[in-house]
Design a protein around this ligand. Structure first.
Ligand SMILES: Cc1cc2nc3c(=O)[nH]c(=O)nc-3n(C[C@H](O)[C@H](O)[C@H](O)COP(=O)(O)O)c2cc1C
Length: 198
C-alpha cells in the first residue's frame, strides 16, 4: 500500500502536458494496462458504461489530431508541432446501451488512467474540445458508442510548474507559458477550497 505522501506526490506529478517527445512510442499493451485500471473505479449504479478506443498507429493518430482543440488559453498557439504530438490516444466512449448518462464515471476513470500513466513516465492531456461526430466517422466507431473525452498520451517534453494562487476570488486561474517554454498551472490554496468557517 502506498502512503499518503507518495500518493500526494503522484498527484502533484500528474500534470497536463501538451508537448510530447514523439520519438517515444506507446505500445498497445501499455494502453491496455491503463484501461485495465478503470475496472476498479467506482461507478454510478455500477453500470460501468464506459468503453475505450485504443489508438497508437500513425494512421489513427493522424486522423485524430486535427479534430482536437488544444489549450484554449493559448490564443496564439495552434497545438503541438508535428514532432511534439501525442503518439497515442484513448477515446473514452459512453456505451449508450447502458444509459445516456455516466454520472461522474468519466472523470474518475480519466484520472485513474492519468495517474497510472504518470507512474509509467508518460504524460497526458484530457481533451473535451473535439469534434465528436467527425471522430466517430473517421475511426468508424459504432453509433452506440458516443465519445466523451479524448486522452492524448506520450512522453512529456514539457516543463510544468504548479503556481499557488492567492486566496482571492479575483485571482487569475488561467495557465500561462513563460518565454523559457515552461507551462505554469495556477492552483487555488486549501484555504479557498473550504467554505465552513470555525
Ligand atoms: C474536463 C476537462 C476537459 C479538458 N479539456 C481540455 C481541452 O479540450 N483541451 C486542452 O488542451 N486541455 C483540456 N483539459 C486540460 C485542462 O486545461 C487542465 O487540466 C488544466 O489546465 C489544469 O492543469 P493540470 O491538469 O495540470 O492540473 C481538460 C481538463 C479537464 C479536466
Amino acid at each position: 500500500m502506498i502512503n499518503f505522501a507518495d500518493y500526494r506526490n503522484l498527484l502533484l506529478s500528474d500534470r497536463t502536458v501538451r508537448r510530447f517527445d514523439s520519438r517515444v512510442k506507446i505500445d498497445k499493451e501499455t494502453l491496455e494496462h491503463l484501461v485495465e485500471l478503470t475496472r476498479y473505479c467506482a461507478s454510478g449504479r455500477n453500470a460501468q458504461p464506459l468503453r475505450y478506443y485504443l489508438a497508437n498507429t500513425p494512421a489513427d493518430c493522424e486522423k485524430i489530431y486535427p479534430l482536437l482543440k488544444w489549450a484554449g488559453y493559448y490564443y496564439d498557439w495552434d497545438g503541438p508541432d508535428p514532432d511534439e504530438r501525442p503518439v497515442a490516444y484513448l477515446i473514452q466512449c459512453l456505451d449508450t446501451e447502458f444509459g445516456s448518462n455516466c454520472l461522474c464515471d468519466d472523470g474518475l476513470q480519466l484520472q485513474s488512467i492519468t495517474l497510472g500513466a504518470t507512474t509509467l513516465g508518460l504524460g497526458c492531456c484530457i481533451i473535451k474540445a473535439f469534434n465528436a461526430p467527425a471522430l466517430s466517422k473517421t475511426l468508424s466507431i459504432p453509433e452506440r458508442y458516443v465519445p466523451c473525452y479524448v486522452l492524448a498520451l506520450g512522453k512529456s517534453a514539457e516543463e510544468v510548474k504548479i503556481e499557488d494562487m492567492a486566496d482571492d476570488d479575483t485571482a487569475d486561474f488561467k495557465y500561462f507559458r513563460t518565454p523559457d517554454g515552461t507551462h505554469h498551472v495556477p492552483k487555488r490554496p486549501l484555504s479557498s477550497l473550504i467554505i465552513s468557517k470555525d
